[in-house]
Design a protein around this ligand. Structure first.
Ligand code: FCB
Length: 441
């Protein structure tokens, strides 16, 4: 049971769930081009269970059932993404009409069911052909992304309720080019600095295209992780500041303050593209809202070696299936921090929040009480922020369906709906049923 109902939130507060294209659609179908995730997944050792997104949840064919699930949960809004390679298989040039038709039908399907379509243009599946050209390292990516934006939004931009260019610039830039955990799997500081900047440049170009098409309600979605020092030493405090800088401050500062934090530039400055400062007017153009994705807290210790001189160490809080510490207060902290320090009155949305658990289907039911508790305690923190006057306007849980969790494959289950991948049977979990009740009008 949830301790909250819809009535505890302002009457215009929106509830929704989020998904992303590569994680659910089935990318081997419908004429989609190859993506850098297909390449990454076919390289041994990158994916925990060796899988890829070829079939995933077969959402490409089962989307009517999935949208019915959204509607029947009493959600108001559905956050989905459009796959670049499905629409433009080579990333540039020829358009796969079947791909465009799919998103067109999907948007109409949402509207028919009374769901507001919240589009994200890029949730990580870069066409391989563009990765061949340097991908996010190449400044031209911003122009390619602007063209993709134009093609998609000329088709669906008249009907989407909101749009954001890119999901989680930190993951696109840092995690994928410095840590090597996600495609393209690089571990290179120069590639990282360039990708981190180009992803914001692409955001800016894409936003400009959408404004040009007359679209409104445009935003940006960043992810945040609450960082705490592993011990009381000054070194751990410094390491935590550095982590916080490249994770939690770099992108929001570029977007809202037209600058990058000086402490992050101590590490990345030497590797930035020439004259990157000239791009800030494009990057920092006005937005209508900012979305925060929040999951966890990290403990940070100092470590020898080159910048950033830090490492993550295990924490003591209860953890999810992925070992992520559960720390609901961090969500409130970031809503406050982003509002006070950056957005200053702009509407905020929690665009992702949820947890993985090793959910089991037993006699046709999934008892995911831990997830109910996770969502409920995080909603408490959202409400706390609203009560303090912070303009939080909506909350999306990650995710509607169990799905392809990137380098963790299909083992972690993040859905409020269970998916049996062999039969593609969907079964609403206890968390879905509890939400459905809490959100009833
Ligand atoms: C976020 C991603 C999403 C999913 C969740 C668990 O960082 O946006 O695709 O992987 O984490």
């Amino acid at each position: 049971m949830f301790s909250h109902t819809r009535q505890d939130f302002p009457s215009d507060f929106l509830f929704g769930a989020a998904t992303s294209s590569y994680q659910i659609e089935g990318h081997a179908q419908g004429g989609a081009g190859r993506t850098h995730w297909d390449d990454f997944a076919q390289t041994p050792g990158n994916i925990a269970d060796g899988t890829d997104g070829a079939v995933a949840c077969d959402h490409l064919n089962r989307w009517p059932e999935d949208l019915d699930l959204m509607r029947d949960a009493n959600f108001d809004v559905y956050r989905f993404s459009t796959s670049w390679a499905r629409v433009m298989p080579e990333g540039r040039g020829p358009v796969n009409e079947a791909g465009l038709d799919f998103y067109d039908k999907l948007v109409d399907g949402m509207l028919e069911r009374g769901l507001k379509p919240a589009a994200t243009l890029y949730h990580w599946e870069l066409p391989s052909a563009l990765n061949d050209l340097g991908g996010w390292r190449n400044r031209d990516v911003a122009g390619w992304f602007a063209d993709f934006t134009q093609v998609v939004m000329e088709r669906i931009g008249d009907r989407v309720w909101s749009a954001a260019p890119i999901n989680e610039p930190w993951c696109v830039g840092f995690m994928s080019h410095f840590l090597g955990h996600h495609a393209p799997g690089l571990r290179d500081i120069r590639a990282t600095a360039r990708a981190m900047h180009h992803v914001l440049l692409a955001h800016g170009r894409s936003t400009e295209v959408m404004r040009g098409l007359g679209m409104s309600n445009l935003g940006a979605v960043c992810n945040f992780e609450y960082a705490v020092p592993a011990d009381g030493s000054p070194e751990a405090a410094a390491a935590t500041r550095t982590y916080d800088g490249y994770y939690n401050r770099f992108f929001i500062s570029g977007l809202m303050n037209k600058s990058y934090p000086a402490d992050v530039m101590e590490g990345l400055g030497a590797h930035m593209p020439d004259n990157y400062q000239d791009d800030f007017d494009l990057i920092g153009q006005p937005l209508d809202w900012v979305g925060l994705n929040y999951y966890t807290r990290k403990r940070i210790a100092a470590a020898p070696g080159p910048w950033p001189h830090l490492e993550e160490v295990p924490g003591s809080l209860p953890k999810t299936q992925l070992g992520w510490e559960i720390y609901p207060e961090g969500l409130h902290a970031f809503l406050k921090r982003v509002h006070d320090g950056y957005t200053r009155g702009l509407p905020l949305y929690v665009t992702e929040n949820g947890m993985a658990w090793n959910d089991k289907l037993v006699n046709g039911a999934v008892k995911d009480d831990k997830r109910i508790d996770y969502l409920d305690t995080h909603l408490t923190q959202v409400k706390r922020a609203i009560d303090e006057g912070i303009p939080v306007k909506g909350y999306f849980t990650w995710s509607l369906l169990d799905n392809y969790e990137w380098s963790e494959g299909y083992v972690p289950r993040f859905g409020i709906v269970h998916v049996d991948y062999a039969s593609q049977t969907r079964t609403p979990k206890a968390s879905y049923l509890a939400l459905q009740k809490a959100l009833a009008q």
